[in-house]
Design a binder for this molecule. Structure first.
Ligand code: HEM
Ligand code: CU
Length: 486
């Protein structure tokens, strides 16, 4: 063993997925603070200039989406590694590429003043009205490209490892079971999920990389021009697929950890495989629900976007929720903090899907699309879904299982987080239903009634999240020390 490898072994905090989860947790806290800043500004408590507000909004958006991706792949990698042989060097390469991208993005936003929102919708990055230089937009886009390259590498390694172990992605997806009714050996749920996410996220990332490259060229070579509608389609295909993937990767934690509490295996059923395959196809087909207001889109694409939106996540949410209930029912399992967060995550994810579903209806979307209804649904399934899963994995790695269940202080942080998250998300939804627009730095006095409670709920989420982090970190360090001794 080389001295470097020995040093890495001796300090398990340097185990790459742990490092990704701990730094992801820390960044979630920082980005939540930015969220609180925005809410406090909209509520009139803080005098953040609109220019600074939009920088903060861009940083919060890309920071949160990127961190959800980082922690999502860390969960995927951690559990997939139980079933397939993954090359750890690839995860390090991913981290290096990701971090260099982050440096560029932060520089573009906070030094260069880039504030076109994380979605970099063409041609806004290039045409800032003098707020930031076109070169700054290039730096931001190059940063995104680096981050994306990291994810691309990582998923390619997952695909390689899955094929090597299961003899092809179709087998890892459980298709022999789906189409012929039998498969031996059966891929465990984590493998089925990893295979599905790997396929659609790879496609999303390739499309994302293409539109980023074209956007850069478009700035560098003024004569070039890109069809804005095509660019929007590509960006939303990528963005929709990527943010969805973060949840679908994190949910693997439920399949892997809950059985450790109940003592019942989470077996791969035919219906489970079917749900993941439906998701694999539909998640890519429904992205036009982001373009329902683009009347120049061919009508059939919008119809497909609306109709398939009903069906995409429903089978998977149903299969996961029913699976979870049948795991827990009369199992006598006592839920400690990580397990409670996993159960919360499934509930929050399910609850957050409903308002998304409503927004996917063309008639509703016409009224709701650019309102706070949209941040309402995604804050619900991210704060109470994806991010809850991540806290669960962090705490589980740090503290193992607590046979006594929830302690008093565990209960306090759990409820702070749950009530704060639900209140914040419901507040966004209610404001959206009252037609308060999204992405406005300055709120009309009539809207502030929605923002003031939001500030309180944001403080509660932040306090709960800081509590999870504080509870996890000493355990991770101590466990590291124990493993180094042992
Ligand atoms: C304490 C927790 C949080 C607070 C207080 C918060 C607050 C906010 C606020 C005020 C906005 C701007 C809404 C508008 O007026 O348009 C926003 C946008 C956003 N937030 Fe959060 N947020 C929190 C957590 C999260 C989490 C955990 C995620 C994802 C993992 C997230 C992802 C986003 C995204 C993607 C946007 C959209 C930015 C854009 O419109 O370009 N937020 N958040
Ligand atoms: Cu979408």
């Amino acid at each position: 063993m080389t001295p470097l490898a020995a040093a890495v072994r001796a300090a398990p905090i340097l185990e790459p997925t742990r490092l990704a989860l701990v730094s992801g947790g820390l960044v979630f806290l920082l980005m939540m603070t930015l969220g609180l800043l925005m809410k406090a500004t909209q509520a009139g408590f803080l005098p953040l200039e609109p220019r600074a507000f939009y920088e903060v909004m861009t940083a919060h958006g890309i920071g949160m989406v990127g961190t959800a991706g980082l922690t999502g792949v860390a969960v995927l990698w951690h559990f997939l590694g139980r079933y397939v042989e993954l090359d750890e060097r690839v995860f390090w390469a991913f981290l290096a590429s990701f971090l260099s991208g982050v440096v560029l993005i932060l520089g573009a936003v906070f030094v260069g003043g880039f504030a076109a929102a994380w979605t970099f919708l063409y041609p806004l990055p290039a045409i800032s009205g003098g707020v930031w230089a076109p070169e700054t937009a290039v730096v931001y886009l190059a940063g995104l490209a680096l981050v994306g390259t990291g994810f691309l590498l990582l998923h390619l390694e997952c695909a390689r490892a899955l094929r090597a172990r299961w003899g092809g992605l179709a087998h890892a997806l459980g298709w022999p079971l789906l189409f012929r009714g039998a498969q031996d050996p059966l891929p465990p749920p984590a493998v089925v999920a990893a295979a599905a996410v790997t396929v659609f996220n790879l496609l999303g990332l390739v499309v994302g990389a293409a539109v980023i490259a074209i956007s850069i060229l478009d700035i560098v070579i003024p004569a070039a021009s890109l069809d804005p509608l095509l660019a929007k389609n590509m960006i939303y295909f990528f963005g929709h697929v990527f943010i969805n993937a973060t949840i679908y990767m994190a949910v693997i934690a439920v399949y892997e950890i809950i059985p450790e509490y109940t003592g019942r295996p989470w077996t791969t059923s035919r219906i489970f495989v079917a749900a993941w395959s439906v998701l694999l196809l539909f998640v890519m087909a429904v992205y036009p629900h982001h373009l329902l207001q683009d009347t120049v889109m061919p009508a059939w694409t919008l119809a497909v976007g609306q109709i398939l939106s009903y069906g995409t996540a429903v089978p998977l949410v149903a299969v996961t929720t029913l699976g979870l209930l049948s795991q827990l029912h009369r199992s006598g399992a006592r839920l400690d903090l990580p397990a409670a967060l996993l159960v919360l995550g499934v509930g929050g994810w399910t609850a957050g899907v409903m308002p998304a579903w409503i927004d996917g209806i063309v008639a509703v979307n016409k009224v709701m699309h650019n309102t706070l209804w949209v941040p309402g649904h995604f804050h619900m399934y991210l704060i109470l879904g994806q991010v809850a899963f991540v806290w669960a994995v962090l705490l589980r790695l740090a503290r193992g299982r607590d046979e006594r269940g929830l302690s008093a202080s565990d209960g306090i942080v759990f409820w702070l987080y749950l009530l704060g998250g639900a209140g914040l998300a419901l507040g966004f939804l209610i404001a959206g239903a009252a037609s308060v627009p999204r992405r406005w730095a300055v709120h009309d006095p009539a809207w502030i009634v929605h923002d003031v409670p939001g500030v309180l709920f944001a403080v509660m989420v932040l306090a709960g999240a800081a509590g999870f982090f504080a509870k996890a970190v000493p355990g991770l360090l101590a466990r590291g020390a124990a493993q180094a001794r042992g």
